[in-house]
Design a protein around this ligand. Structure first.
Ligand code: HOZ
Length: 429
């Protein structure tokens, strides 16, 4: 595969930007080699600047449930761009998007739009602290909630990929109120509530963990969090930046039947434009300025392009979409398991709607500790490159989830499995 132009661009980019990228997860650090510089996307495919085509399972890290350059999205953006790109004043688009979100996720009685998932979770924590009058919060190792200081403790995604336990520049003071527990460990959560009685404002969780690879909540885990937060008068914050409109039309709240107190959103609700949101119970959201005392603001919040993209994206989604996506994901994972078995390569697979994941491990992975201990990252790196060489673009880290779009049709899944057969054969030796 000729990647001359990507090689040249990467060298140039590294002179101008740390690691040559605008976000660490893009840098191929864990898998080695040269990141592809992307020229364009079309449906399930991306094309690099050397003209190579890849089936895309990253999909901008989740937002592109419609695939690249969906006509409805292109039309909505084209229309909006001619009307103006930002006003710093309210638009009806915000009402439309808020209405669509509330329809799908009724526990979001009121919502505030921001510009990223990081902003959403950071603001949700501030709100939870103000609402409860308590300071501490529980998060789970391997869950990633963006890069706000107090949440960068044993975080997943790039932090885990780079083997970092925390980030330099975060003071002890910033994280003294953050309590970290293993994902799926309800006993650990109960113990934390008992150790810090009356001090815990909230539990923040990825209801399906997609930032340490894909790890599903064990039976009763989310219900247990709900009950414990009720028992201890704390709020339950679902970080659905990744799972919202991904694992089901109503996100994990619908999939697991839990009305979280605050829900953070991003990714799909912006259709690939920068967006985030947090919302929830009206009495909680009424604490946000200008209605209440919790200050949070943003020049580009509710940006009309992002809102238009979100409205167009959600307008294309229905229950049938998720039936299709679920089927395609199951087909892909079943094929991967079968091929792995043929070549004697142990795989642990997981799926939640249109999110998929697989670990090269012969034992199940349920949390951060087991992900780090059992996932064979060296084998993943070899598989990643073997797939890339065959025109399939996976996340450049074992500790990320994969995503499907409505354009990942049977032909696309078949082509992926054909590539996987060659790749597994290559890495088996
Ligand atoms: N949550 C995304 C990956 N796990 C974030 C993408 C990024 O950090 O660039």
């Amino acid at each position: 595969m000729n990647i001359t132009n990507s090689l040249i661009s990467f060298a140039e980019a590294q002179r101008l930007m740390p690691g040559g990228v605008s976000s660490p997860v893009r840098a191929f650090k864990a898998v080695g080699g040269t990141p592809r510089f992307i020229d364009r996307g079309d449906g399930p495919y991306i094309y690099d600047i050397d003209g190579n085509r890849y089936i895309d399972y990253v999909l901008s890290w989740g937002p592109l449930i419609l695939g690249h350059a969906h006509p409805a999205l292109v039309a909505a953006l084209t229309d909006q761009i001619s009307r103006g790109t930002s006003f710093g004043a309210p638009t009806q688009l915000e009402i439309r998007l808020a209405g669509s979100i509330r329809e799908a996720m009724p526990c979001i009685e009121m919502i505030r739009f921001v510009n990223s998932g990081t902003e959403a979770t950071m603001s949700a924590i501030r709100l939870a602290r103000a609402f409860t009058g308590k300071n501490k919060m529980i998060k789970f190792a391997g869950c990633y909630h963006g890069h706000a200081d107090m949440l960068l403790v044993e975080a997943g995604s790039g932090v885990m990929t780079l083997g970092m336990a925390a980030s330099a520049g975060v003071t002890d003071g910033e994280v003294e109120d953050t309590i970290t527990v293993q994902y799926n460990d309800l006993v650990g959560v109960r113990n934390a509530f008992e150790s810090y009685a009356g001090q815990i404002a909230a539990v923040i969780v990825e209801p399906v963990a997609g930032n340490m690879g894909l790890v599903l909540p064990s039976e009763g885990f989310l219900d247990g969090l709900w009950e414990l937060t009720r028992e201890h008068e704390a709020l339950l914050i679902f970080d659905e930046v990744m799972t919202g409109f991904r694992v089901a039309l109503g996100g994990a709240c619908a999939a697991y039947g839990i009305a979280a107190d605050i829900v953070c959103l991003g990714k799909v609700i912006g259709g690939g434009l920068p967006v985030g949101a947090y919302g929830g119970r009206k009495d909680i959201m009424e604490q946000v300025a200008p209605l209440g005392p919790v200050y949070q603001a943003g020049t580009l919040s509710g940006n009309p392009l992002a809102m238009a993209a979100g409205v167009a994206t959600l307008g294309e989604l229905s229950e049938d979409t998720y039936t299709f996506l679920e089927r395609q994901g199951a087909r892909l994972l079943e094929g991967l398991r079968k091929i792995g078995k043929e070549y004697g390569i142990p795989l642990q697979t997981a799926q939640a709607g249109s999110m998929i994941g697989f670990f090269f491990s012969d034992v199940p992975v349920n949390d951060y500790t087991s992900a780090r201990k059992y996932a064979d990252t060296t084998r993943y790196a070899r598989f990643f490159h073997a797939m890339l060489d065959r025109g399939v673009y996976l996340a450049p880290s074992q500790f990320e989830a994969g995503f499907l779009s409505i354009r990942h049709t049977d032909d696309v899944i078949d082509a992926t499995l054909e590539a996987a057969r060659g790749a597994m054969q290559e890495i088996a030796s």
